[in-house]
Design a protein around this ligand. Structure first.
Ligand code: EPZ
Length: 424
């Protein structure tokens, strides 16, 4: 098990290019299942989650060619339809092969994904949406099963829970609807940039979709979809993580290869906290010289503040002047980072889905444990400002969603090294 050792005190400065987006590439990879021809992807990030999904696709008979600068996925019209517990339980996003399998092969048996460190992760909207298209899904022995054996049909449907829209439920219902007979209207569709990118990819494959980026998606099903070539967009959450690091270390970082508008809620918060923010066509610069000021943040579906940057902004708040309030509306239990930040000397009080953060002058280094992918990245940021040395264990959580985070941060001046522990 690897661990990261971070020395506090460095100011992050410099520029780097965002890697391909994890949360865009995963549903795009699953969409290879609905294409008759090969899907050629470029700018695919080298992440554990991508490797895991490649293995699941191989189990589904997809030919996977992961070269140096491109990933080629080619799914035949027929083949295995089972995605087993061993792989699905390591990455819940793999549930999004379910809809494409049913749409193209008429059958599927996909393990129910486990929960994760920040709570139960229901899939009721995935089931509701696919059943509206005629999937006739049932739960059997921990698996979601469908043997509809014929073409799905379009339908009007509403995809919303008490917490709002669902990104991956939207992704997989949208993908399945592209091959369904007739028109599907998805109300309360997720509007995240990753869904917009998936929509554009599907249109490039020959799908007929209106409403990208809006809360209503209209899909007119077609008989077949072609393969295509696609360059994955930059990862706005990775970029946001580095930009928060710049603000909280009093540094100056420019991240290229992202759409600034996709990070507006974060950039607005950083400005409120006193950081300087400059936007260009496809890059963002954040710099700060003084101690940041407190701010209040509530996570919401896009374009609200992204839940995937909540742990990172809270870490910046732990040293800001004043009292900040963080309200988590997407995953009310997504506070695994709080206990670890307290070990570093932060002053945080969690009440239900809210955390009150009292900014302190100084954090002090300690050994902490990674957990949720984004919480773990936040602990690395905390180590950058904690006095002395911070050791972050179970780094594999970070490697799921950040490509070589230690080398990338070191290129910005961080004092960070990875120690590879012989797996016990
Ligand atoms: C996606 O997860 C992302 N993962 C998550 O990023 C992200 O935090 C989340 O969207 C919210 O933006 C990928 O894209 C691979 P949701 P997803 O369905 O789609 C509830 C990361 O760190 N809900 O949008 O699984 C759910 O409990 C990961 O990169 C239902 O009630 O999240 C939550 O409260 C973590 N029923 C809310 O909706 C359902 O059937 C939003 O979840 C599905 C979801």
């Amino acid at each position: 098990m690897d661990r990261l050792i971070v020395q506090g005190g460095a100011r992050l400065s410099g520029r780097l290019r965002a890697r391909g987006s994890k949360n865009a590439v995963l549903p795009i990879m699953a969409a290879c299942l609905v294409a008759d021809g090969p899907l050629v992807l470029r700018n695919v990030p080298r992440l554990r989650d991508v490797t895991t999904l490649c293995r699941i696709l191989e189990e589904l008979g997809v030919s996977v060619d992961h070269g140096e600068d491109r990933l080629v996925l080619h799914a035949a019209a027929d083949g295995p339809v089972e995605a087993g517990y061993d792989l699905v339980s390591t990455m819940r996003a793999s549930v999004c092969v379910l809809g494409p399998l049913i749409a193209r092969r008429g059958r599927a048996r996909v393990s129910l994904p486990g929960g994760c460190v920040f709570g139960v992760r229901p899939v009721d909207l995935h089931v509701k949406g696919l059943n509206a298209l005629g999937a006739e899904l049932r739960i059997e022995g921990g698996y979601l099963e469908s043997e509809v054996g014929k073409r799905l049909h379009g339908a009007p449907l509403f995809l919303g829970s008490a917490h709002g829209s669902s990104v991956l439920a939207t992704a997989q219902v949208l993908t399945a609807a592209c091959l369904a007979e007739g028109r599907t209207v998805i109300e309360n569709a997720a509007m995240e940039p990753e869904i917009v990118e998936l929509t554009r990819l599907l249109v490039a494959m020959g799908a007929r979709i209106e409403g990208a980026g809006n809360h209503r998606l209209t899909i007119d099903g077609v008989e077949r979809l072609n393969g295509t070539e696609w360059t994955v967009g930059g990862d706005r959450i990775e970029a946001g993580t580095f930009l928060v690091g710049a603000a909280m270390t009093g540094g100056d970082v420019t991240v290229e290869g992202v759409v600034p508008e996709d990070l507006s809620a974060l950039l607005e918060t950083l400005k409120v906290m006193g950081a300087g923010v400059e936007r260009d066509q496809d890059s963002v610069r954040v710099h700060a010289s003084d101690r940041l000021r407190a701010a209040d943040v509530t996570t919401l579906p896009h374009p609200g503040f992204p839940t995937d940057l909540q742990a990172q902004i809270m870490t910046a708040m732990t040293r800001a002047a004043g009292i900040s309030v963080v309200t988590e509306r997407i995953f009310p239990d997504r506070f695994m980072h709080v206990a670890e930040l307290l070990r570093l000397g932060a002053s945080i009080r969690k009440e239900g889905s809210q955390a009150l953060v009292v900014g302190t002058e100084q954090l002090s280094g300690a050994t902490v444990m990674a957990s949720d992918l984004r919480a773990s990245a936040a602990l690395v940021l905390a180590g950058l400002v904690a006095e002395g040395s911070t050791e972050i264990r179970r780094v594999y959580h970070i490697d799921r969603g950040y490509e070589r985070i230690d080398a990338r941060l070191a290129s910005l001046g961080a004092q960070i090294r990875r120690e590879t522990q012989p797996s016990s």
